[in-house]
Design a protein around this ligand. Structure first.
Ligand code: TRP
Length: 359
């Protein structure tokens, strides 16, 4: 059998989520296990994970657990798909998780040549205020930079003797020094909250980051001295780009970004891949397919919270009552409304961000 790998440093991936669950031995996500599910959970975008029961038990029994993610500061823009990960962080934060967000400035330096200073600036001026604007509670979140956290770095060095080159080849398919440095550091990021208190932790990730989770779980169980509980993960499907590529990415011209202005929104939505027919007459006759439509994907994941409203629009689109141009106008309207509110919150959050790192 041909071995397949996911490369967390590249954006090429196969889009068949069923295959992925199977091949990588993931658990399927079970909606009933989680109280007060968010849109992504309710609407099937959260599809898998590892050790999810541990976390749902903590939520149900009000036991301590943590949620953690990292910011990769490689660009000045945050694509809209990142909102999904932050929505999951917010969900677990609301369910009582201790919340950690780190800036992966050392990973960015090692694997992408980003200077620490620039990573810092981006994190403080763009990423962190954007995350707060999305609804993350900064007062209940611990933020840190990898380059400034001795505890995490020291842990990484200690844990490095629990990893082998063969394991790297099995998980990643290859092993270059910068990637080894970055991935061991990431394992330390993920496990360090347990140095103070043993508790389950969960990391919301796109499926491209699953190799890191496997490595973290392997190392956690091997490093007996620490008694770490292997971290859980929860996987969110990617938001497709508006041209229909599997994943929004920074290298794609038609990706939507948080903080895009009205003109950019219009330009991108006009060119969006729809589920419509070639002509308006045909559309009225045969109807469109919302499941292929990238704008409906945005509606479902982020823009239409009301289930009835969404259902009605899907039905009208299927029946040919709604044309592509109407649907695009509507998407532009919702996006502009979203961005207005988001920008206002972003500006407010920016003023507070520096203070978060003072102590
Ligand atoms: N490797 C992650 C990325 O490319 C960034 C990261 C570093 C991270 N440490 C982490 C993500 C810990 C989750 C948990 O985006």
């Amino acid at each position: 059998m041909k071995k397949e790998f996911i490369d967390p440093w590249s954006s090429e991936l196969s889009g068949n989520y069923n295959d992925i669950v199977h091949k990588f031995g993931l658990e399927r996500f079970n909606l009933e296990d989680f109280p007060e599910p968010n849109l992504l959970m309710k609407r099937g975008f959260v599809f898998a994970g590892r050790d999810l029961k541990k976390i749902s038990n903590c939520i149900k029994n009000k036991k301590k657990f943590y949620v953690l993610t990292g910011i990769m500061p490689t660009s000045d823009k945050i694509h809209f798909g990142t909102k999904s990960i932050i929505d999951m962080m917010i969900y677990f934060q609301k369910q009582g998780a201790e919340t950690y967000i780190l800036v992966a400035d050392l990973e960015a330096a090692a694997t992408r040549g980003v200077e620490l200073k620039q990573a810092r600036k981006r994190a403080l001026e763009i990423y962190i205020p954007c995350y707060i604007a999305l609804g993350l509670n900064p007062k209940k979140t611990k933020f840190y930079f990898q380059s400034e956290n001795d505890e995490v770095r020291n842990l990484a060095f200690e844990l490095s003797n629990k990893a082998t080159l063969n394991e790297y080849r099995a998980i990643y398919g290859n092993a270059e020094p910068p990637r080894i440095m970055a991935s061991i550091l990431q394992v330390a990021d993920i496990l360090h909250p347990q140095l103070r208190k043993k508790m389950p932790g969960i990391v919301p990730v796109g499926i491209d980051q699953d190799p890191h989770m496997r490595l973290s779980r392997d190392i956690a169980s091997r490093a007996k001295k620490f008694g770490f509980i292997p971290p859980s993960s929860i996987n969110v499907k990617f938001l497709r780009s508006l041209t229909g590529n599997l994943k929004m990415s920074k290298s794609e011209g038609n990706s939507l970004y948080l903080l895009d202005d009205d003109n950019e929104i219009k330009r991108k939505v006009i060119r969006a891949l729809t589920g419509g027919q070639k002509t308006l007459t045909e559309q009225k006759e045969k109807g469109g397919n919302p499941d292929k439509d990238t704008l409906f994907e945005l509606f479902r994941q982020h823009l239409i919270k009301d289930d009835d409203k969404l259902k009605q629009r899907e039905e009208d689109y299927r029946n040919g009552k709604i044309s592509d141009s109407e649907n695009k106008d509507y998407a532009v309207k919702l996006l502009i409304k979203f961005m207005r509110d988001f920008q206002r919150k972003y500006k407010k959050a920016r003023k507070k961000t520096e203070k978060l790192f003072k102590d």
